[in-house]
Design a protein around this ligand. Sequence first.
Ligand code: ZN
Length: 344
Amino acid sequence: MKAVLIHTHGGPEVLEYTDFQTPEPGANEVLVRLEAAALNRLDLWVRKGWPGINLAYPHIPGADGAGVIAAAGKGVQEWSAGDRVVINANIGCWECEYCLSGLDNQCRNWHMLGETMRGTYAEYVCVPARNVFAIPAGFNEHIAAAGALVYHTAWHSLITRGNLRPGESIAVVGVSGGVNTASIDVAKFVGATVYAVGSSQEKLALAESLGADYLIDRSKDKDWSKVIYKLTGRRGVDVVVDNVGTTFPLSFRAARKGGRILTVGNTGGSKIEIDNRYVFGKHLSLIGSTMGTWHDFASVMELIYAGRLRPVLDRSYPLAEARLAQERLEKGQQLGKITLEIGS
Ligand SMILES: [Zn+2]
């Protein structure tokens, strides 16, 4: 098969489009012939590496993918060749206490497609049969792939962990990233009032198209927490989505007393100084999570198929041009999700 391999960490130049052995499905696995893959910031982190990461080289990046079942391994009864599916990249063991409680994103033997396993920048990928979900006839595979990881993550953070309710107010810090745009979409779906904090008019226009109620340009208002404070009548918002991390001091100020800070990432860096007086003085809850549960995935994909949640597509590249696609993501030029076109 054709695949994009990396043999070492580094810049976009380490991505190599070449031939690689087609994997074979083991017991309880399916082989998916991919038609679309979607890029995530995770792909860049994995390519660059971090202390402690241990990839099995050659590694294939990519967490998101959609395509057609090509073969089913031993013991697989629910899928057969030709079924159209989208992949859930959160891979649990379904034997540990967390998985058995339905919290497969807290699995003790947790795996992540494209990070601890070879991923979707390829013509074929093998995943556990329980990690694929049917795509209805006629539904676009790029939208399915683009929605999977970011909506799964946003839904788990906002709804399952954050318990966002209709009528609540929520600030989303940064609006061009995939999880953040999905967060705006999910928040509007549940009937929350959204304050979008973005770095340019172009990005804020995307937030507005997703239904954001208040647009705050942080290139003009550096202390956007003050703007939120004023807009909410000196109350603050119920919930802040902060996947930047280094912006926590402002998020703590923008939250109301008893507010929740939700985080699933740290695009601004991993080390943050926290003024603890805000945490206890304002009764704040800091709620972290990563990915989502099997149930979250099923919920969110059904809503995407029904058109109630709408992943935004940026641009699509052929698999052979994965390097260009990653460069676009790395420069932050995208508005919505970048996808790869595979095998056409
Ligand atoms: Zn487990």
